[in-house]
Design a protein around this ligand. Sequence first.
Ligand code: NAP
Ligand code: SF4
Length: 665
Amino acid sequence: MPSPFPLIASPIRVDGVDLRNRIVMGSMHTGLEPEPERFDALARFYGDRARGGAGLIVTGGFAPNRAARVKDHPSLFDSRAAIAPHRRITDAVHGHGGRIVVQLLHAGRYGYHDEIVAPSPVQAPINRYLPAEMTDAQIRQTIGDYAASAALALEAGYDGVEIMGSEGYLISEFLATRTNHRTDDWGGSLQGRARFAIEVTAAVRRALGPDPIISYRISAADLIEGGLDNDETQWLARAVEAAGAGCLMTGIGWHESKVPTIAGAVPHAAFAGATARLKAAVSIPVIASNRINLPETAERVLRDGQADMVSMARPFLADAEIVDKALGGRAGQINLCIACNQACLDHYFLDQTVTCLVNPWAVRELERDEAPAARPKRIAVVGAGVAGIACALEAARRSHRVTLYDAAERPGGQLRLAAVVPGKEDYGRAIDNFENQLAAAGVETVYGTAVDAATLAGAGYDEIVLSTGVLPRALDIPGGDDPRVVGYTEILTGRATAGEAVLVIGGGGIGHDVALFLAHPDPGDLPALAAFEAHWGIAGTARHRPAARRVTMLKRSPGGFGRTLGKSTGWILRQELRDFGVRQIAGVRYLEIDAAGLHVETDGGREILAADTIVVCAGQESNAALATELAARGRPVHVIGGARLAGELDAKRAIDEGARLGNRL
Ligand code: NAP
Ligand code: SF4
């Protein structure tokens, strides 16, 4: 059968290394890098991705010396002690026919500790530590440290290294006038500022010899003031090629950039054009990255000649088998990365081990029992939100016979609701793919009828799982039943439409999502990429289209809005709401609703807020009535997800609970 993605499937040679296809698993920190004693887990993580078909894997970043570390707890690759633990990783990957390079990362002024160094003592706006200016001797020593790490990497069995030269880390800091104010041979002209990048690449090439891979991660777009322009970036690309780089991996945006680069708000393959500019400048393979989570998108980027290979990072957290599924005609069964960052980047920032919202086994593969159940059971899972889906899938994969019920016609629960919010379109695709996985796993699905306790109790199931989710909380004030008052589910499903002036009650994640949904202008004929680039001022001044409605958000608690949003995505949502003129009022007391509008009390006194529509996003309560009814019939049940705990309900916890229960039933 011809491959559905012939370009992805075609092999390619980088330096002297043959790669079996064009998909690279891009670098991600897992949180385990500083703990060599846990490299068995890391080896299993990477080994599974090699088994799943990745053409080339890039590890998370390892520091060539102590000053280079990102965090105080260092991920060092600076001594022979590193060889044995890393050998476990390379053996696991090679055992599955994969190839792997280690990323060498010097954090420069982004390091989060008090020994940070940089070309000039310029503090990063996202760091409280001030870097010390590197001396000439320190610079030369650091170049030597890169080379020494590369030599160690070869001994550990790596197929080469990736030099992290983007995202605002040390090499970027040398390149940009924003951070390099030196007047010696390491600063000044572009040639001077690029000398560090070029000498690092040349030194690493000398250490590796001609065949191992050097992937140089180049910033294709800095997205900051005082960064490189397109011509300078193309010049740099040619210079590192001449210095010995075997391929160019695309990096986008410094970490302090105010432009989103990997969140859901970024259209698929939004930066492939920047990669194409690099490709035009060099003859070595160039790798596209950022927001490429579908094989269709990867194939298109290759077909359009924008890149020679495609990097997917988070999609490999979501599904170790993404390449095999794509190339094996099962693309519709891919566990899709939804770009939420909730369990990957946000975990890393909070010093928690990284995992994945849609795949809670990521970086926890050793905790999963993959053997078929000794005694297959008949299991009912009631509620096909993400907790129920995860439980049903996991139980079926352990060869239980599973029936999944839902009162709605289609599965997905709260996650499907969210799919209409701008930037969350992938949520819908993820649910579609979950449906395909359920079918492939042989789960019987019964949708469109609310199964009752008598039916469940009488059906002879060995286990009953309740994942019946939540019920939105109503607004309990006089006039709360006014026809202008609607729930967020009505708005997001389109059962209710909002007028021109809207009040959103509640400042949680759903309140923010609903405010964005209602304020966001209709894109009309404007392509998503053009709208994104205009909004965030990529290559020009930011241009915001007028909001679709006048939206005001309200909450009872004092203080700023959006504190509960994710660390790596919340700023984007808050900025978009500001851009669309959404008003936010904290510390209100809701009094009543009458013909004039919503009466509230604030520190400033009483106010009447006129509104065409009042959308209630006031949290939820557990919907677990069936558990009580079944208990009365002597049938114990497992209750998971929002049905167990509505407060702080979130999809990450729901899926984790479902998958873990499904695994041990
Ligand atoms: P939530 O985060 O718990 O927020 C509920 C909001 O309702 C709060 O702002 C609360 O604020 C208000 N509230 C609570 N009881 C109320 C009452 N009796 N009357 C009026 N207001 C009341 O819940 P959610 O927004 O429904 O989100 C559910 C979960 O989904 C979240 O925990 C989050 O993890 C997840 N989620 C996240 C995102 C995101 O990160 N973008 C998006 C969607 C969902 P006051 O008490 O201050 O009034
Ligand atoms: Fe993707 Fe979210 Fe999983 Fe991160 S946690 S890999 S963004 S689905």
